[in-house]
Write a protein that binds this ligand. Sequence first.
Ligand code: NI
Length: 171
Amino acid sequence: MVQKILKYGDPVLEQAALEVTEFDTPELHALITDMWETMYAAKGVGLAAPQIGISKRISVIDISVGEDESKKIVIINPEVTSSEGKQTGEEGCLSIPGFREPVTRANQVTVRAQNEKGAVLELSGEELLARAFLHEIDHLNGILFIQHLSTLKRDIIRRKIKKLQKAGEWD
Ligand code: NI
């Protein structure tokens, strides 16, 4: 089922999510199905469980945005085990709609994570996939992409969002 995506300002987005300890359960599969449906409905390349109000260390990523089934990645309890290089590119977030800013991140990363069955996987990605891994893992640590911007840029965005909130256009 498509779930509501929480927007910046909701405290769950800035909390560290909890480790997943039970795998291959109907609840976990249902949650991941909801995350895929919600992400595709919003035309995103990634979604973290806290964005739908579930404070668990689970993210889904598909840099093909539904074009290529083989690109679907579920990462549970992920950790970055190595990173290399640098890239700067425009980044946005489904929880901060309407705002995109350049963010500098590693260009290549290796991630250790578990899948829905609890098996440990090691995944590598570069460019957009590296960016998606890092953005989604940040979410699980309560970090949003605007935290990578300068204080000045972040304050401008915060002020604009406050105005939208007051106008009832940020919910
Ligand atoms: Ni995001």
